[in-house]
Design a protein around this ligand. Sequence first.
Ligand SMILES: Nc1ncnc2c1ncn2[C@@H]1O[C@H](COP(=O)(O)OP(=O)(O)OP(=O)(O)O)[C@@H](O)[C@H]1O
Ligand SMILES: [Mg+2]
Length: 542
Amino acid sequence: MTLRFKTILGVGLIEAVLLLVLITTVLSYMRQSNQDNLEDYVATTTSLFASTTKDAVLSFDLASLSHFVEEILTNQGLLYTRVFDNDNNLLASGGDPRYLNKSFQPDVRYQDVDDSVYDASKRIIVDDITYGRIEMGFSTEGIEEAISEAQWLAASIAIIEMLLVALFSFILGVYLTKQLKVLRDSARRIANGDLTQNIHIKTHDEIGEVADSFNKMMASLNKANLETENHRKELMELNTTLETRVEKRTHKIFEQKEKLETAYGKLQQAQEQLIQSEKMASIGQLAAGVAHEINNPVAFIKSNLSSLAIYINTYKKLIDKQQKILNTINLATGNDIQSQLKELSLYRDSNDVDFIDEDIDGLVEESIKGTDRVIDIVKGLSVYSRSSGEGVEECDVNILIESVLKMLANQLKYHCEVITQLMPLPFIRCHSGKITQVLTNLVVNAMHAMNEKGVLTISSAHQKTADSSVIIIQVLDTGKGIPEKNIVKLFDPFFTTKPVGEGTGLGLSISQGIICDHGGSISVENVVGKGALFTVVLPVND
Ligand SMILES: Nc1ncnc2c1ncn2[C@@H]1O[C@H](COP(=O)(O)OP(=O)(O)OP(=O)(O)O)[C@@H](O)[C@H]1O
Ligand SMILES: [Mg+2]
């Protein structure tokens, strides 16, 4: 069922029901009011006529009565009238003979009328005495005609109105469905993705508003579509460039990771150096105290031992002289002296004086050597106290290297061949004595590491970058290398693998302290197929 048909049917039905109710109510009201009017008219007319004819009936004036009858019959709708006396004698009558000849049946109310004539009678009463009566017949056709006319009119109006309403509904329905069809077609086009065509409805009503909203919605959808399309294109572009970007980023991340690893390595190194220098600082304090305490007694022990050596020499010479004298006496004197000499000789033999003679020099010499060693250790320890800023000068490290090699040349020639690769270096401010000490220790260590004939390579170079300028000294040997487990302990004070009495284990520890004092660093690594490589880095200060 189309909307148009539904609209017409709905409106028509409502209209019909309303009109039916209206017409029924109006007609019923009209009928009632006409009937009431007629009843009033009948009552008034009969009363008036009874009163008018009263005197003529009393005086039996038939002429007047006849005249009154004629008079009253001129009233429209009055069909007949009769006047009777109290004995039911007809005194006067007039009107349509068809009704006059009919027997009289009075109608009390309009509803009693069954022959289109409202029959009514009224008694003629004077002082409560009835003298006669009048009978009158009123036509009800007028009312019926009026009602029938009204019914016709109402029906015609109803039909015309229904037709008009139907026509209007039809036109409205056609108009609405046409506009709705336009909207529906547009909605379908939108559903199919066509957002290009606007709806062309330019009316100033709700449909026009709906069309406007539709057009606005399409504009928004178009805009949103355009944005989505742009985003989609951007996404496609991003997708295509994503891989290269990810690659670039990954590369960057790797670079950063490497940088971080290097930085971490440096940090660890710095931390180790820091720990080491902390250690050195505390050892330095201890060493300074110990060195101070040992220095004095050792000094006088050494001095005493030297004096003792001289004294022993003197005693030995004296004993020798005595022996010579005793030998002379032995040959020349008597028994007393002989027995004393025997006793002396016995004492000498039983106390192994000859052995003491031989051994005593060794002991003193050994004690002096031992004391010298203690002095060396104490000297070494005193380096830890690092009190001196003195002795600092501008120097060429290459010259220091060469002087160390010259100094050790005698020993080196038995152990190894020496190769130097010295690049020109800038002068640096340093404690040349201490740097020499470091170089000496490195060269001696390398020498000791090479039992058989090896090769010792010393190189130096200047390295300048954007943010640093350093001197790098490297000592490489072809010795046995350093066991992995020892590498971490190498710079610890008193760590040595040399037999007791041969190494103090302070060399590297002191060297590290010295290099740290100069703001540099010292490190070691095993070189595969060769030996150990020590690297010293010293900053070049402007
Ligand atoms: N070039 C090297 N090759 C192999 N091992 C080495 C080398 N240099 C040092 N070492 C090891 O490091 C240890 C510590 O060296 P350091 O110089 O501190 O003490 P030392 O040489 O033992 O004693 P000192 O230096 O007092 O004579 C050595 O005992 C040795 O084991
Ligand atoms: Mg050493």
